[in-house]
Design a protein around this ligand. Sequence first.
Ligand code: SF4
Length: 427
Amino acid sequence: MEQRQKFRIDTATPKEQKENMASPDLKTKLEILADAAKYDASCASSGAPKRDSKNGKGMGSTTGAGICHSYTPDGRCVSLLKILLTNSCIFDCTYCINRRSSNVRRARFTVDEVVGLTLEFYKRNYIEGLFLSSGIIRDADYTMEQLVAVARRLREEHHFRGYIHLKAIPEASQELIAQAGRHADRLSINIELPTETGLAQYAPEKKQTTIRGTMAKLKLRIDEVQAERKAPRFSPSGQSTQMIVGADGANDATILTTSAALYASYGLRRIYYSAFSPIPDSSRALPLKAPPLMREHRLYQADWLMRYYGFDSSEILAGDAAGMLDLEIDPKFAWALRNRAQFPLDVNAAPREMLLRVPGLGARTVDRMIETRRHKTLRLDDIARLKGAVKRARPFIVTPDHRPVQDLDSAAIRARLAPPPKQLSLF
Ligand code: SF4
């Protein structure tokens, strides 16, 4: 018979009871804990324009009341209530606004409050699910119990069928993580920083071996459940992670190498890159300025190349001494310019894996081209019709009606095609 964990949800310590007595009202808690959750990019809609209705004016805010948009594995855009259970934390990770030594206003939801808010927002059609994370309260197990209690009550007592994404605490017991996986659609554990040295320097209470060990156990369980049709449900949307970019000195080559190893070892659905934001009263070891948001964007593009375009992490930046992605042009275009000897390609004969490397040709366009060239010879117009970006692809392809000018060097192509630089908005 299934052993059910006894939840210690009503056993607040005297200190916690005192804090609760002085606790802000629900609306203020929501403001504080939704704002605190925005630093977790694991379900963010990157690049969305900033909209805010915190002052009570306007409609359609994606941030003011903790509602964010996320994409499900099948590509649907869903709105989630994205909050922390609490922004109090016993850990002191230097890069984190919620760290123990941070001088921010603290708040903590009860399990009842999160359940109530989720149901209310859901019934009003504001959200389709919940993204719940938390600072570490007391210890890892206690915190995980609270997160699981929210999900369990939503599922078992209120028969909530919406999407639930829970943050798994790596140091929590396997039994609690197993329970989290039973109720959540997705679990995520943040790897935090790309290197073990960085983690030891900036988050000494966290251990990369523990984080990776828990990710490995999640993968094992997810794989087992997928293999056995009658196995009980466990995190059907898999696991994801988040990496902070620009807090430590890791370059993009190191970040991409770490990402490739994470995808290969733990079957992650997604790695989210979160540009470090400077925080008040932070350690001197941290940079004073945020990295350019374009760096985060380029990392997502490089990540895409590894997952869908057959690029190996080592070749994306091969030949770049600094190991940093070019901020002015996308990584596929940069790779093609560094590897001019491999072009131009005859689009009517080149294999799929090489066509995927042509700037301006996306994976879908390449598949359509391969399908079409079975019964007709592709010309430039056909590529445009199949949604290829012909202007971008021209220097790299040959068709019966086009042959690029051979003496056009990489610098000239870059000057002609590089878009004017633009800064993205974070939220
Ligand atoms: S454990 Fe999480 S919430 Fe706590 S300080 Fe570290 S990053 Fe912040």
